[in-house]
Design a protein around this ligand. Sequence first.
Ligand SMILES: [Fe+2]
Ligand SMILES: [Fe+2]
Length: 368
Amino acid sequence: MQYLQRNPLAMPRGGAFRSVRSTISTIFDWQYALEERKLMALYEKGTRLQWRAEDLDWSVDVDIERMARENATDDFMNDVMKAPRRLSMDEAVTFRLHSVAFMLSQFLHGEQGALVASARIVQSVPWEEAKFYAANQVADEARHVEVYHRYLTEKLAVNYPVHPDLQVLLDQIVEDSRWDITYLGMQILVEGLALAAFGTMRITMPNEPLLMDITERIMADEARHVAFGVLSLAKLYQGGSSAERREREEFVIEAIQLLHGRLLMDPVFERLGWDLSVWRPWNEQNAFQKGFRQMMFTKIVPNLKRLGLLSPQVRECLAGLDLLRFEDGKDSVEEPGVAPPEELIALMNDYLGTGEPTNADGSLRIVP
Ligand SMILES: [Fe+2]
Ligand SMILES: [Fe+2]
């Protein structure tokens, strides 16, 4: 697919390439048992549901700034989001454009992480069924990179390099020699977050048909990828020593903190020249933004539960970020997709009506 890179991607401080060293064992499976029916069914589904980037209608004229103006983004930022100082329409529109560009840029970089991680799973996982599935996933991830890259460079005027916290997490995932850590880090955590994040796009950008089409297609793929990770690891983690389990739990805690950090929009405030000492606390504490960040973990928490990784320490970490509330949600084996984020829809309706969107303690009100 040929396209014009009108706005080439911004490079991170470290330059255009990053090299991460690691040693992994490549496993051949001469049994070809192909008896893990659920994995084989996922693989077959994946091959049936392949799509191409050129299937999308790229002729759509994307104008985020015009949309933001039409949606009275200044009122939204000032009255609903309670910006720490009054923003003019121009400032609010710029912030909106940069927020969207920041989020989509991180999606793109996460997709590249998924591309290299799934390739590595092909090599390192012992079972042929999982190699098949991961091979199919590699093709999915290449397409996801392609689509987000085209959208960012052709349709948006702004983009961002990889967030330092996301870079650290991706490095950790690919540096580790244990193949299950590749799965845990990428399929369960990074992709679990992406799956929920794509769901919130339906709320924040419902009027942009191209992005909605991209989101729907990629979400269907990601739902399978996360389910693949959960199915593969659930059996593995039933066994294992307590020391091994503790190491995985420690990895999960650090990864959750990095994922949470990458959701904060420091690079946006820095780029706009807005005072970080004012805007970061607002970003951290604002009920809407907190709510959106919490929504990103709706799938991760029940999946960790299914894997038996909700130890007291992991629970404490999740509770500190007010994320334990999702532990009884449906995991990716019970329900591969993300439930439409009804809570956020309710929240938006709420603010459009009369009610306040938060509980008395300032946390997001989750409407059943
Ligand atoms: Fe992906
Ligand atoms: Fe994926």
